[in-house]
Ligand binder design. Sequence first.
Ligand code: PMV
Length: 350
Amino acid sequence: MNEFSENKNFDISNQKVTESCPSNIALIKYWGKYENQIPANPSISYTLNLCKTNTEMEFIADEEFSVQTFLAGKEELKFAEKIEKYFRNIEKYLPWILKGKYIIKTENTFPHSSGIASSASGFGAIAKCLMDLDRIFSGQIDADFSLKKASFLARLGSGSACRSLYDGMVVWGETKKVTGSSDLFAVRYPNEDVHNVFRNFNDWVLLIHEGEKSVSSTVGHGLMNTNPYAERRFQEAHENFALLKDILKNGDMTAFIRLVEHEALTLHAMMMMSEPAFILMKTGTLAVINKIWDFRKETNLPLFFTLDAGANVHLLFPSDKDESKIQEFIIKELVQHTQNNGIVKDVMRF
Ligand code: PMV
């Protein structure tokens, strides 16, 4: 039992709700978890502006529980199975949830399987739809609590999804460095503690490899249980929070770049040191990283990268007077390492 368990009265009826939720990209990474989606270390991300999932959820009351899902108009049976299991799992928090049939239509504003975290925006949008229904059925009207509970529910679908419910910079996982932070839901990182240089940023994603990854995030997280370097990594994430807090406050771009790239490489190093080992970077990923480093050495311009659990490269750079020089370099030198000239351009502005 916790503050999100429900035993209120509810009154269900046929409803159709729609919601939209953006993706996010972590700066300090979550990799490794305990039972019930409790993160092994705190993480912080930027919420994207343009890469979103739009979801329509139709609830047909008093029919036998079932879930039908459509992704960009195409029926997806595997996704429906996953959502069905997820709904059963969260019944104690939404006691009406198994009392009807669902038709869920969802589409992403970015290419499917592009490696942009569609599970984050996807579960974020579903959790928001569920909280819309909950408000209608139970009369709950506290908007802040609804958002917090949506984050809590999204986390149970896909850990990093809980961060997508808020704009700007978002923290998930308990850390002494952020007041109110929790393992159960995400919280907004205070805007006033983020220097202006970090509040108007580009994230251009190079689609180095499109299609299924060889190892899923779930398996990857699981392999941290036996990784001999895991404990040190979890501790380092805490240390990096302390460093990042100062960096964000004083606007130290050089230190920011060092920390964010280190986090991305550590994530992939953990994969390489798992048993069995796995590598999600591709030749193109490494070529791009080396070119970024050479570019920085030559020009001193603040172009840097982060990586998710995949081969694609998130190119980060401030939106300022130098951005056109950086953009030119990306188009001329980096896009050639993608599979199909794939690039998704997003921004973070808050
Ligand atoms: O939320 P999951 O279980 O898909 O894990 C995602 C983990 C990373 O994207 C690699 C890091 C993060 O913090 O988002």
